[in-house]
Ligand binder design. Structure first.
Ligand SMILES: Cc1cc2nc3c(=O)[nH]c(=O)nc-3n(C[C@H](O)[C@H](O)[C@H](O)COP(=O)(O)OP(=O)(O)OC[C@H]3O[C@@H](n4cnc5c(N)ncnc54)[C@H](O)[C@@H]3O)c2cc1C
Length: 456
């Protein structure tokens, strides 16, 4: 026999068709049995075993038992309490019901879906880790990190909106404001009645913000005058309060201000044609002789070191965000490969596909373990700048790798918005660069492990 399996299956087909010629309808399968049995009489036990083996394989391929998709392979959510898991579940339900159906549409048109803010208010997820005295919930950073991951898993832009508001803006007031400022501004921001933005980066000053901002502030009596520009500022087109960081003309130190968006002299211009996080409304802000009262100056922000305290905390948030973005891409891709058939079988069944899926899952799991431990350290009050930077590097680099492999595994469909993965791939680019690029965070880690600063 040239090919045993081909010969056997041909003979079996002939036997079945022979039976079909004489019989019709539902009886065919049953009535053809004698003919099939007569064929089986002629084959030896080796041939019969081969036949059964092949039939079993074909059946298995055609009706594979698909396991549920599990992107929490090491049960990281098991670190949470039942009550915390319930809150996470509520966020998941909200994101799937209210955001997933519109995520691609709003990303495509680069608009923010303001209609979801009411739902976010009801979830009560702003200020989770903030003190109860300012309207926060005094919860663990670990939970807050996982909430960020959960939001980004569906839509990384919405997570950025949440991260800029609760992370950058609210944390600036929490860490750098005095008690009166914390009491005055945080409660309405926690309830999302007021939205915040954070303006540090400038058109000519990005990574080197610590070396000198061009935006200036000058005090005269109890009024400050601010001049300059801020670039890339998320939420700034509609935020109520924008934290503006500026260099004092007198003592040359960086100071922070809670500035009303409506302040005369402050204008915002939406940055168009972005290729990443398109739903986030980033703006170029121009401040021309903006007058801000001393009571709006963050009383505990005396130099860039205080700004860096804010970034230490929010870099942890970006690392969690990268986990969510990568998780969303991995889940979408795994589901796709189990459905998509080529060469008569799901592409998930090919060895090379499984190799890539395993690589993606191992990176994702490493990211999850890293950020969980990081947030535990944060909860213990032991988080350092270099620990936050290391996680920001690893998670955003890995997110880029995972989203890129996702795109590859989905072939041409990987670049279509309708399959979500193209959006995650593009969004990973902004995560990689904001809140300190890979190089800048590597310099923070490098300085800590070598004792030598290589910034300049
Ligand atoms: C979508 C998006 C949202 C953002 N939102 C905000 C926001 O809300 N508020 C805000 O203040 N900012 C925001 N940013 C700004 C962001 O933080 C900056 O883009 C980032 O810090 C990098 O600055 P830059 O883009 O000016 O790049 P540059 O500083 O010009 O860097 C360009 C390249 O040079 C490298 N480089 C610079 N210095 C060194 C060095 N010493 N050694 C080696 N390499 C170096 C960098 O790593 C990078 O690869 C946002 C940015 C984006 C893209």
């Amino acid at each position: 026999m040239e090919n045993t399996w081909d010969t056997l299956s041909e003979k079996l087909k002939d036997a079945y068709q022979g039976a079909e010629k004489h019989l019709k309808g539902d009886l065919v399968k049953l009535a053809s049995l004698p003919h099939i049995f007569s064929f089986l009489k002629d084959i030896d036990s080796e041939g019969l075993l081969l036949l059964l083996d092949q039939a079993r394989k074909i059946k298995k391929r055609k009706n594979p038992k698909l396991p549920p998709i599990n992107a929490d392979f090491y049960d990281i959510q098991g670190l949470l309490t039942e009550d915390e898991r319930q809150l996470l579940g509520k966020v998941r339900t909200f994101m799937l019901a209210e955001v997933a159906p519109i995520a691609n549409e709003y990303w495509g048109k680069a608009e923010f879906p303001f209609q979801i803010i009411d739902g976010l208010k009801k979830l009560n997820i702003c200020g989770l880790s903030f003190d109860k005295s300012v309207g926060g919930q005094g919860r663990y950073y670990l939970l807050e990190g996982m909430i960020g991951e959960e939001i980004a898993r569906t839509d990384t832009s919405i997570c950025t909106f949440w991260g800029v508001h609760c992370g950058l803006a609210m944390t600036s007031i929490d860490l750098c404001g005095d008690d009166a400022q914390r009491q005055k501004f945080l409660p309405s921001m926690i309830s999302l009645e007021k939205i915040g933005a954070f303006g540090l980066t400038e058109p000519d000053v990005g990574s080197a913000a610590s070396m000198g901002l061009k935006t200036s502030c000058k005090r005269n009596g109890d009024t400050w005058t601010i001049n300059g520009q801020k670039k890339w500022i998320g939420n700034a087109t509609f935020a109520d309060y924008i934290i503006i960081w500026a260099k004092d003309e007198d003592d040359h130190q960086v100071k922070g201000f809670i500035v009303d968006r409506q302040t005369p002299g402050l204008t915002t211009e939406k940055i168009e044609h972005k290729l990443s996080l398109r739903t986030v409304q980033n703006a170029l802000i121009t401040l021309k002789d903006c007058k801000v009262k001393e009571e709006r100056r963050l009383q505990k922000a005396n130099s860039f070191k205080d700004t860096a305290l804010v970034l230490r905390k929010t870099r942890v948030g970006v690392a969690w965000q990268a986990v969510g973005c990568a998780k969303g891409a991995y889940e979408n891709t795994l589901a796709y490969t189990m459905k998509r058939e080529q060469f008569g079988r799901p592409i998930a069944g090919f060895q090379m596909t499984q190799d890539m899926l395993a690589q993606m899952l191992s990176l994702l799991t490493a990211m999850q373990c890293m950020v969980s431990r990081l947030s535990q350290l944060q909860d213990l009050g032991k988080l350092s700048d270099e620990q936050a930077s290391l996680a920001k590097i690893f998670c955003t680099v890995s997110c880029r790798q995972i989203t890129s492999m996702s795109r590859e595994l989905m072939g041409g469909n990987g670049i279509l918005l309708t399959h979500n993965v193209g959006r995650f791939l593009a969004d990973a680019e902004a995560l990689y660069s904001y809140e300190g690029t890979k190089q800048i965070n590597s310099l923070v880690v490098g300085r800590a492990i070598t004792g030598m600063s290589a910034f300049t």
